[in-house]
Design a protein around this ligand. Structure first.
Ligand code: SF4
Length: 297
């Protein structure tokens, strides 16, 4: 029994095999850090703008080749622009960066992580052009649909801005993946339920779940150290992930159940340092309780 519709299953059906991801640092910045819409960034964001695992420091094609040169001729890849805000530049700059990433015929998908307030008509039109060359999707960091939490985490835009970005991207036929963080300050089970309900009314393709990371050097770390923030327990995290899965339609693709712990940077929660162990606990609980994606709808 398939517990949930995960990305590997989706790729296996589409290409008959697993697709490897190449995480790229495209050399972008973020308007929530450089003062355009805010400073300091989201309170959980580290210096690398969510790209802690990426060995950057090279041009884009070189980052891609580091992976593809070592791979077998039959392997296929997704080029994933992960760090910072990957639509935060003029369209010609964006075009040159995306083109640089598609430098090997084995790259069958282009994934672009960004903020919804950095999507406009020009960007959407540009991204849509890449559909002729490969699979394309945009990953939007919503984290929560609750605007009060958005203020606390210094997200820098309202949920209505996200809704408009989804609508615009869909008008250009671009699939949207939504990033959610479970365990944000002040959020409980009801906030998760509200976010899931909000997403139910939107035309999205996939969901990517992240457990909260309290990383060194972040404002969240200061809140944690001063006692103003307590991360959820592992059981709370598992319960909330399962809530999201069981209340998400079966056709939506689950891109991940938790993130990769940023090595050497994690202060808390300790249970979030071993991704595979956590995933296997979530899956066991679902199996034991006879739960599958969408079963509570
Ligand atoms: S939008 Fe992304 S890159 Fe910018 S501050 Fe927030 S988490 Fe960091």
């Amino acid at each position: 029994m398939e517990l949930y519709n995960n990305l590997s299953t989706y790729f296996r059906k589409r290409y008959g095999k697993r697709i490897k991801k190449i995480c790229i640092d495209g050399g972008f910045s973020c308007p929530n850090r450089d003062g355009k819409c805010g400073t300091g960034g989201c309170i959980y964001c580290g210096e690398r703008g969510a790209g802690e695992h990426i060995v950057g420091g090279a041009d884009i094609a070189e980052q891609v080749k580091r992976v593809t040169d070592k791979a077998d001729r039959s392997e296929l890849f997704t080029a994933y622009f992960q760090s910072f805000t990957n639509t935060y530049a003029d369209t010609e700059v964006l075009r040159s960066k995306y083109d640089a990433a598609l430098c090997d015929e084995r790259i069958v998908a282009l994934a672009i992580g960004t903020r919804p307030d950095c999507i406009d008509e020009y960007t959407a039109r540009l991204i849509a052009e890449y559909k002729k060359r490969c699979d394309v999707w945009v990953e939007l960091g919503l984290q929560t649909a609750n605007d009060e939490t958005a203020e606390i985490i210094n997200r820098g835009y309202k949920t209505s801005v996200f809704d408009r970005a989804v609508e615009l991207l869909r008008r250009y036929g671009i699939p949207v993946v939504v990033h959610l963080i479970i365990g944000l300050p002040g959020e409980d089970d009801k906030d998760i339920a509200d976010t899931v309900e909000h997403l139910a009314g939107l035309d999205i393709w996939g969901i990517k779940l992240h457990g909260i990371y309290v990383m060194r050097g972040t404002r969240l770390a200061q809140m944690y150290e001063s006692g103003d923030y307590t991360p959820p327990t592992e059981d709370e995290y598992i319960r909330r992930v399962i809530y999201v899965l069981t209340h998400t339609p079966k056709e939506r693709v689950i891109h991940r159940l938790t993130g990769d712990s940023p090595e050497g940077m994690l202060i808390a929660p300790e249970w979030n340092s071993d991704k595979n162990r956590l995933i296997s606990k979530i899956q066991s609980k679902m199996r034991d309780e006879g739960l599958t994606q969408g079963c509570k709808l």
